[in-house]
Design a protein around this ligand. Structure first.
Ligand code: ADP
Ligand code: MG
Ligand code: MG
Length: 255
């Protein structure tokens, strides 16, 4: 069984005002097939956690560790992380002018598997994924993220998830800006990937809405750069009713 382990992770960034400490000792263990929701207020460091797992150069790890089945993720390049089975869906995905969705996905698949996928099976998988996500087939020939609506960007990310078959996915506010129909389609895609390949998911979200469609096994309340509380799905319901105030005040009092 695959395990992604984050231990006492501390991360800072360099700003014009000097070094800013953002993550202050994050502990998380995600096993294959588990869905962990990370919920917290704006500015608590959720995206920082996602970018650090992905290997964004802006974020400096000053302490702690991230391992995937015992392998040191922090010493891997971004490419090596992807090949090891990590996937990050960013809150703000970038445009790639001149590269079509179809070419992008095939290139990524080839890079991750170490060989090009057999053409016939690949075309079939690509079509199936687009049909599952209720996307028009012309979508494959558009340039990545160029002029994509919010919903199209998210569907494209879920296509990546289904076709690249990572072991662990970090989904950073995949729900933001989606209407209910798109949210359902995207959620079904995540659930399919979990059922098909035992995907483990770190689902970062500000709102409980997406958790109606993607059922978390564990919920972590994230405040001021660390996990303030963890529990099961019932914790998400409590947050829905009570909000984050209690945790924010407790964190401020502790500082
Ligand atoms: P969240 O995703 O929970 O909203 P972020 O990780 O985006 O939180 O941000 C955490 C804190 O770190 C915020 O105070 C934010 O302003 C700061 N921060 C994150 N990235 C940067 C950056 N590249 N430059 C300056 N400040 C940053
Ligand atoms: Mg934010
Ligand atoms: Mg964020």
């Amino acid at each position: 069984m695959s395990t992604l382990e984050i231990r006492d992770l501390q991360v800072s960034i360099d700003t014009d005002q000097g070094t800013k400490e953002i993550l202050k000792g994050v502990d998380l263990t995600i096993n294959e097939g588990e869905i962990h929701a990370i919920m917290g207020p704006n500015g608590s460091g959720k995206s920082t956690l996602a970018y650090t797992i992905a290997g964004h150069p802006r974020y400096n790890v000053t302490g702690g560790s991230i391992t995937l089945d015992g392998e040191d993720v922090l010493s891997m390049s971004v490419d090596e992380r992807a090949r090891a089975g990590m996937f990050l869906a960013m809150q703000y995905p970038v445009e790639i002018p001149g590269v079509t969705v179809s070419n992008f996905l095939r290139t990524a698949k080839t890079a991750i598997d170490g060989e090009a996928p057999a053409l016939r099976g690949w075309v079939k998988d690509l079509r199936q994924s687009m049909a599952d996500l209720k996307m028009d087939s012309s979508f494959a020939e558009r340039n990545v993220n160029e002029g994509f609506s919010g919903g199209e960007k998210k569907r494209h990310e879920i296509m990546q998830l289904e076709l690249l078959k990572p072991k662990f996915a970090v989904l950073d506010e995949t729900d933001s800006g989606l209407d209910v129909d798109a949210l359902k389609i995207v959620s079904e895609g995540v659930n399919r990937a979990k059922a098909a390949t035992g995907l483990g998911v770190l689902l970062i979200t500000h709102y409980t809405r997406i958790l109606r469609y993607i059922k978390p096994d564990f919920v972590h309340v994230f405040v001021a750069g660390k996990v303030a509380e963890q529990g099961g799905p019932e914790l998400a319901e409590r947050l829905e009713n009570e909000g984050y105030d209690r945790y924010v005040q407790a964190a401020a009092a502790g500082n």
